[in-house]
Ligand binder design. Structure first.
Ligand code: ASP
Length: 347
């Protein structure tokens, strides 16, 4: 083939080569991390049977998300599949089994964010939507808004055909007992303050096994996504909304940096803008995912007394899951299918 011919072929092929270049920049790797809440989770307080239930449910959720990713599904589909499973399990503080408010009902918050487009959907104060994460996704994909709350959000859920349930569906005996215990404790500590609302920085009750749920994923197209769902905090009052549905506080995702889902004492996570702070440290300071998450959870949050943890993933499929509480229900699965579910410090 003459030189001229070679040059001509290269010239003709150039647009094709340029068109596929962005795809080549992606690793094609998939990865997924999930959490089921952080808090005072100690092995000595857990029966082997209950521990098994947690491990089994986390494994089931991980495998379901991995299946979606492996089949070529998007990170948004994978995290939705994971979170629906955890919301429908009474073990976690999200959907069925959510903690109860001061008035004894479940009020749910959730958020989802698409790392590719930067679009996000969030919902708060839901009392009758079976799967809050699915409504957050509807807000993102089928409304011009980012956040919808209470009755309006529920009206939108009905319009979008989501499954609605009575608030009693969410309540479990365990959560009713937890609420009773906390309210009795509170009454004892300050007998007159029962009707005056919570102190602004009331500590997280340490006999509570929180259990907010979340997931972050990388799909084979190189796109990240994050989602989180919660019942908030036991005995919360008067329309309290935590960090979970606040984009940048409890939930955040951008392809350029990372996807993050948090769990812990929400008031601290909101004031510290935790999820976005991880992304900002990566973008502005050039920190790795590991270094950024460590700095936020084990330094910045700790300094202000913020208890909890987070899961995070980047476009290379790196995963970080730091927490500064006793334990965090968590798990990950990597591209090659290797996976792990953990509850305490290192197991
Ligand atoms: N972050 C949640 C909230 O404050 C609670 C939790 O993760 O345990 O609403």
């Amino acid at each position: 083939m003459g030189l001229l011919m070679q040059k001509l072929i290269l010239f003709l092929a150039l647009p094709v080569l340029l068109a596929v270049t962005p795809a080549l920049a992606q690793t094609g790797k998939i990865a997924l991390a999930i959490h089921g809440g952080a808090g005072m989770i100690l092995k000595e307080n857990m029966s082997p049977a209950l521990e098994k239930q947690y491990r089994d449910k986390l494994s089931e959720a991980l495998q379901a998300g991995y299946k979606v990713l492996k089949a070529g599904g998007t990170s948004l589909d994978a995290i939705s599949a994971v979170i629906v499973i955890l919301e429908e399990s009474p073990l976690f503080n999200a959907g069925k089994g959510a903690v109860l408010t001061n008035e004894g009902r479940a009020e749910l918050d959730a958020a989802i964010m698409d790392g590719k487009t930067g679009l996000a959907g969030a919902v708060a104060g839901l009392t009758t939507v079976k799967n809050p994460i699915l409504l957050a996704r509807q807000v993102m994909e089928h409304s011009p808004h980012v956040m919808m709350i209470g009755g309006g959000a529920e009206k939108f859920a009905r319009e979008r055909g989501l499954e609605m349930v009575d608030n009693a569906y969410f309540r479990t005996d365990t959560r009713e007992q937890q609420l009773k215990k906390i309210q009795e404790k509170e009454k004892k500590a300050a007998p007159d303050s029962q009707d005056k609302g919570a102190a602004p920085l009331a500590p997280r009750p340490d006999d509570d096994k929180f259990g907010t749920v979340g997931a972050v994923a990388l799909d084979q197209f190189g796109n990240l996504a994050a989602g989180t769902s919660t019942g908030g905090m036991t005995n919360k009052r008067y329309g309290r909304v935590g960090d979970v549905p606040i984009i940048g506080a409890g939930t955040y995702a951008r392809n350029e940096t990372c996807a993050v889902s948090c769990t812990g004492h929400g008031e601290f996570f909101i004031r510290q803008v935790v999820a976005y702070d991880v992304a900002a440290l990566m973008a502005y300071k050039g920190l790795s995912l590991q270094a950024a998450t460590e700095e936020v959870v084990n330094q910045k949050l700790k300094q202000i007394g913020g208890e909890g943890g987070l899961i995070a993933i980047d476009q290379q499929g790196n995963i970080a899951m730091p927490f500064n509480s006793a334990g965090m229900y968590r798990g990950y699965i990597r591209d090659d299918g290797s996976w792990k579910v953990m509850i305490y410090g290192n197991e």
